[in-house]
Structures are given as C-alpha cells and as structure tokens.
Design a protein around this ligand. Structure first.
Ligand SMILES: [Zn+2]
Ligand SMILES: [Zn+2]
Length: 144
C-alpha cells in the first residue's frame, strides 16, 4: 500500500492540526474542493489512517499518527543535513526539506541519521522524533 503525495499532505495537515476537524473547515486551509477532500478522507480511512464519518470531524488513528511521526522525523533529519552538512541557509533548508520529505524513505532517513550521529533537534524546527520501527507502509514496500 502506498500513499499519494495528496494523501500525505492531508495526513500531515491532520497531524499538525491536532484536534478533530470537519472537511468543511479543512477545505479552506488545504485549498481543495469538498468532494476531493471527501474522497481522499475515504481512502485514508480505508487504509486505517484516519477515523471519520461523513459530515463529521476527521482525526488521525494511532496508525495515522505513527505514519505522520515518520514524516516529521524525515523532514527534520533532512533539514539538519542541509543546514549542518551542506551549509544551506536555515530558511532555504526549511523549505527544501518540506518539498523533499514526501520522497524520502525510512531507509534513506535512517542512513542520514547514522551519518549525522543521531541528532536530537533540527536547528529551526525542534525535536526529531526517535522511531525504532520503520513505517508500516515501507515495510510492505521493501518486503521485510
Ligand atoms: Zn525548519
Ligand atoms: Zn521513517
């Protein structure tokens, strides 16, 4: 099972939002049409990542939260790498890491992490979540 970039964005949004939110309130933040949002939520629900009843508020399941934590980890490791290893300006590194993160696998994130000696915080975005397990989606893809 794979997540599309659009599905990932929706997942990250729900993670940052923290509280449950209705699609009607979500659409202005995400700049998506209501039917698009509904069908994306339906897909995420089928994958067990989101808990949602039509017209009601949506929130992440425990599994959804775990997948989103990986995203935060990958983004911040990348950011740390860009700032400290490549000496890229903090503001630019922040933007680049957000653009690149949906394409970074756990395998690559773990390699960056070892190269950097397990950094605890990204210089501009705070704590880097330490996750022992690889993301469930990646385990399936890699056939582990
Ligand atoms: Zn940042
Ligand atoms: Zn990961």
């Amino acid at each position: 099972m794979k997540l599309s970039t659009a599905e990932k964005h929706l997942l990250w949004f729900l993670y940052d939002w923290i509280r449950p939110i209705r699609p009607g309130d979500m659409k202005e933040h995400l700049k998506l049409k209501h039917p698009t949002l509904n069908s994306q939520l339906e897909v995420l629900k089928k994958k067990g990542l989101v808990s949602w009843k039509k017209y009601g508020p949506a929130s992440l399941t425990q599994l959804g939260r775990m997948v989103a934590s990986h995203h935060v980890r990958h983004t911040r490791l990348l950011e740390f790498f860009l700032i400290n290893t490549l000496s890229i300006d903090e503001e630019v590194a922040h933007e680049e890491s957000i653009t690149l993160a949906p394409m970074v696998s756990c395998r690559l994130a773990d390699a960056i992490n070892s190269f950097l000696n397990n950094p605890e915080r990204s210089p501009c975005c705070g704590e880097i979540p330490q996750l022992e397990e690889r993301c469930v989606f990646e385990k399936q893809e890699e056939g582990i």
